[in-house]
Write a protein that binds this ligand. Structure first.
Ligand code: CMP
Length: 408
């Protein structure tokens, strides 16, 4: 699988200096954008210092990244390597800031993508953004770390009312403001045909997702960067503008092999997206779930669990059917998109019913401790999942009541 990036930056029509910085390192598979703040060259230095220290840290670990490229499964170490690189970059900017006593508002955003083989890991702090264009649809993979976004997350504002908010650009997390920073990471299986866009808010705040998707679909590589910048300037962008586009592709025999894998990856994501349980989750939230789960193949007649078993895995049906039996009563027949096993996890008790396979298929299994870790590590995703789980349980309880009424 191959990956190639192109980057472009523009000072824009309203600023004297360009406080954005970008890196395209196709050999290492590393792509970064930074948007510095602080004025009087401080923002420029902050962005460059952050970018160079993160890139330097990862270059020093190039051998480890090279080895990870051979791996079929995502390598957890890559996410911690990216986190460490960004922490190092934060300490470097913070150290520089300490020596410049007058530059009190100094700091920078930093968003990076590191690809290794069939995977990429994303590291993110601030309000620069990473988008993925896949199968014609555009997805924002990063979450803005701004005060306004935090209020939206808590339900205090809608994205529409927040659009022209005077505090829209005040960051709640940035590189170099404190000695360390909380870093978001996301592991992602990359597919041929994927196109990523890393950009600063001089572009993302002045173009809609649909406008960005149109440019990415119509123009290849560097031409797309030029069109994005022109379109944002036409829409009165008041900031510096930076875009890095990353194309993922495969050729010949490799393309045929990759297409089979792409089908499997998309099946997992599509099934989850079509499920009631996941209906309010964004693509990155679903990807985080998939990242912590594994595929289990099932055969008709196989017993997945027996009533009274002690085990807290949750299963989601990707393909096939399952039957839930309590005592000797069939309480449910479940198909694609349904889930089982949540009760033991939620209540910490043994399995409430037996589950058998009635049609060959595939399940996505997530162990209880991994599900709990996801809920705690990603509270917004966790609240979404738990709420949907509670709704589904209420529906099942209502339908069980019907069965009880019928049997009695
Ligand atoms: P758990 O108790 O962990 O293991 C058995 C699973 O069967 C249970 O979680 C639920 O996912 C599922 N289950 C139990 N009772 C019902 C029901 N009445 N309707 C649908 N599914 C059920």
């Amino acid at each position: 699988m191959q990956i190639k990036g192109y980057g472009l930056t523009n000072t824009g029509n309203h600023r004297q200096q360009n406080e954005d910085a970008f890196l395209v390192d196709n050999a290492l598979g590393l792509y970064i954008v930074c948007d510095g703040m602080g004025g009087h060259e401080a923002g420029e230095v902050a962005a460059q210092t952050a970018l160079q220290s993160a890139a330097g840290y990862l270059e020093e670990n190039a051998e480890e990244i090279k080895q990870a490229r051979q791996s079929v499964n995502p390598v957890p170490k890559m996410a911690s390597l990216v986190r460490d690189a960004i922490q190092y970059s934060c300490r470097s900017v913070y150290g520089w800031r300490g020596r410049q006593k007058s530059d009190r508002g100094l700091g920078t955003t930093l968003t990076l993508l590191l690809s290794y083989g069939r995977h990429a890991v994303i590291g993110h702090v601030g309000d620069s953004r990473l988008y993925l264009l896949r199968k014609g649809a555009i997805h924002q993979l990063t979450h803005d770390h701004t005060l306004v976004q935090d209020i939206i997350d808590r339900g205090g504002l809608t994205p529409e009312t927040a659009r022209n908010h005077p505090l829209a650009h005040v960051l709640s997390r940035a590189i170099g403001v404190m000695e360390s920073v909380q870093v978001d990471t996301l592991n992602l299986e990359i597919l041929p045909g994927d196109k990523f866009l890393l950009c600063t808010d001089g572009i993302s705040a002045f173009l809609s997702n649909a406008e960005m998707a149109d440019v990415l679909k119509q123009h290849p590589g560097q031409r797309a960067n030029r069109h994005l910048i022109e379109a944002a300037l036409t829409n009165q962008s008041t900031d510096n503008l930076t875009a890095v586009i990353i194309d993922v592709f495969a050729e010949g025999q490799e393309l045929a092999e990759e297409e089979e894998r792409a089908t499997q990856v998309l099946l997992k994501i599509d099934t989850l997206q079509s499920m009631y349980l996941f209906k309010d989750l964004s693509l990155p939230e679903i990807v985080r779930f998939v990242d912590r789960s594994e595929v289990v193949y099932t055969k008709r007649g196989q017993r997945l669990c027996a009533e009274g078993d002690v085990d807290d895995s949750l299963y989601i049906i990707l393909e096939g059917r399952l039957r839930v039996i309590a005592g000797d009563i069939v309480v449910a027949d479940l198909g694609e998109g349904s889930h089982v096993g949540e009760m033991a996890w939620l209540s910490g008790t043994p399995r409430s019913a037996s589950v058998v396979v009635t049609e060959d298929g595939r399940l996505l299994r997530i162990r209880g401790k991994d599900f709990a870790a996801l809920v705690y590590a990603e509270p917004v995703t966790g609240v979404h999942l738990l709420r949907e789980l509670a709704c589904e349980l209420a529906r099942r309880l209502a339908s069980s009541n019907q069965i009880v009424k019928h049997v009695c």
